[in-house]
Design a protein around this ligand. Structure first.
Ligand code: NOJ
Length: 547
């Protein structure tokens, strides 16, 4: 089990700035996390994934790293990290950290040096600096678009342009330069030697680019929302075959540790190509954003589950399941929105704001949790989903920190609404997040969602997750799933002999099978009358005679 703990684990994503603040600066920190490990162990997760806590000017919430082998003072010190790691391990929790190899900060010493150096210099060759097109090179080298809005090229005072898939403060690194590859290997070893259990690889599908002149225009096939794939297989900077060489070399490093360490890819690629990232000599897992993006519909979920299982099986592994993360509208709100609403950046105040039905979102989020946690493979939970937190959609414009807000000319508010610091207590200046305020404003009444308010309350979100994670320990490990006959709008499957999961995605109550004992229901009203209400799920102990 030691070497394969990740195959059917529950990994909890800690968004470091918003989890817990120990020193009262309003910003989450490593000591804050250490102080709350009891919550995570009590919840029953196996591992934490910590989002970036490295020195960063914070042009993109820490995903603009200026020193890959340090800790940003706003989040603590390296000793705080050592303490957190030791304490997590004492609690039986593994720790995965983020690595951001596609780009660094524009304040990273390499980029400062590149700007101060001449075109064609070795310092510039660590990035993608090119001459522009058109008369005088005044136009960017190609029409490539940034994921955060606007173009993907920024002009420097000497007239050259550099590439940035994200904000201009996040210049893309040149992975054809061996110095870049060698430096990241050093970074991996630095954290592995400290004892981390693995890495989450940011933008794993973006590292290699086709910059052979003449550059190909993408004609808009790069502006898709985060976590979703571009169209077609031959894109100049997304999902190029050459990225796999990098992961083959990383795998050797991870395997050289005892027990072997792991890595999970964040790769917004097609379902057909996602398994390539998890071939036996590459990374161990890849986030399954198809599950996250699946419409509330039985047929679509079944298709996603089958495709994910088949894809993973083709490379000898199991899939992952993700409902939320720090880049998308929280699913308790997403499921409350009309179909087709943009999931990445909440729309700005231009009259197009959708009106969520929070009761519906809440019911569906509870049902989705039981579906997700019953599936074979690893579930990645996003902090606060165990509290049923909704998106904070009405953050004032002045509070917004996501670069998407400015780069889209205030068309998209961006991702701050899912990043609002956690409520731990009913009352208090930041509802227990820390001793004073919080870097993003928490809404009034946020404490009603707190862990304190829900703990021990039968039927609360928190107790639903706690029970589900405890029961899951009893049936995980078999890997297999058998679909059962189901009504229209219903999904039903078994995990071995010990669990039957049923979820009603339709609009009429459905009869539950006779003789099966209910282990857990997502229905806040219970399963009275032997019926499965719309937008609810149950875990049943199958009756022995049924097959
Ligand atoms: C994906 C991360 O999850 C997101 O938060 C970040 O903005 C981009 N990668 C760029 O690093």
């Amino acid at each position: 089990m030691q070497g394969t703990w990740w195959r059917e684990a529950v990994v909890y994503q800690v968004y470091v700035p918003s989890f817990a603040d120990s020193d009262g600066d309003g910003m989450g920190d490593l000591r804050g996390i250490t102080g709350r490990l009891g919550h995570l162990a009590g919840l029953g997760v196996d591992a934490l994934w910590l989002t970036p806590f490295f020195p960063s000017p914070w042009a993109d919430g820490g995903y603009d790293v200026s020193d890959y082998r340090g800790v940003d003072p706003r989040h603590g010190t390296l000793d705080d990290f050592r303490d957190l790691l030791a304490s997590a391990h004492d609690h039986g929790l593994k720790v995965i950290i983020d690595i951001v190899p596609n780009h660094c900060s524009d304040r990273h010493p390499w980029f400062t040096e590149a700007l101060a150096s001449a075109p064609g210099s070795a310092a510039r060759n660590r990035f993608h600096f090119l001459d522009g097109s058109g008369p005088g090179g005044e136009e960017p080298p190609a029409d490539w678009q940034s994921k955060f809005g606007g173009g993907a090229w920024e002009r420097t005072p000497d007239g050259q342009w550099y590439m940035h898939i994200f904000a201009a403060e996040q210049p893309d690194l040149n992975w054809e330069n061996p110095e870049v590859a060698a430096d990241f290997e050093r970074t991996l070893r630095f954290w592995l030697d400290l004892g981390v259990d693995g890495f989450r690889v940011d933008v794993a599908h973006g590292l290699r680019k086709d910059l052979e002149p003449p550059l190909r225009d993408t004609r808009g096939n790069d502006a898709a929302p985060l976590n979703s794939p571009p169209q077609g297989d031959d894109h100049p900077f997304w999902d190029r075959d050459e990225v796999h060489e990098i992961y083959r070399s990383w795998r050797k490093i991870l395997d050289a540790y005892e027990p072997p360490r792991i890595a999970v890819a964040e790769a917004g690629v097609s379902a057909a190509r996602l398994p390539l990232y998890t071939r036996p000599d590459e990374l161990h897992q890849a986030f399954n954003f198809f599950h996250l993006r699946c419409p509330w519909d039985a047929r679509s979920f079944r298709e996603v589950v089958d495709t994910s299982l088949d894809g993973a099986r083709s490379v000898g592994t199991l899939p992952t399941w993700v409902l939320s993360n720090h880049d998308v509208v929280r699913h308790a709100t997403r499921y409350a929105l009309p179909e087709g609403t943009d999931l990445t950046g909440w729309l700005a105040t231009d009259g197009r704001e959708p009106a969520p039905d929070h009761g519906l979102g809440r019911r569906r989020a509870r049902a989705a949790a039981l579906l997700t946690l019953a599936l074979p493979g690893t579930a990645y939970l996003y902090q606060g989903e165990e509290l049923g937190l909704p998106e904070v959609a009405d953050l004032p414009a002045g509070a917004l920190r996501d670069p998407m807000w400015e780069r889209t000319g205030h068309e998209l508010k961006g991702r701050d609404g899912c990043r609002v610091p956690l409520p731990w207590q009913r009352e208090g200046s930041s509802y227990g997040f820390g001793p004073s305020g919080s870097w993003l404003p928490q809404p009034e009444g946020w404490g009603s969602h707190s862990a304190e308010a829900q703990s021990g309350q039968a039927g609360s979100f928190l107790e639903l997750y706690r029970t589900a994670l405890r029961l899951r320990r009893g049936f995980r490990g078999s890997g297999s799933l058998q679909w059962l006959d189901a009504e229209d709008g219903e999904l039903a499957f078994r995990r071995g002999e010990s669990l039957e999961c049923r979820i009603n995605l339709g609009d009429r109550p459905l009869p539950l099978p006779e003789g099966a004992r209910t282990l857990l229901t997502s229905d806040e009203g219970g399963t009275g009358g032997g019926m499965l209400e719309p937008d609810t799920a149950v875990w049943l102990e199958p009756a022995p005679s049924r097959g």
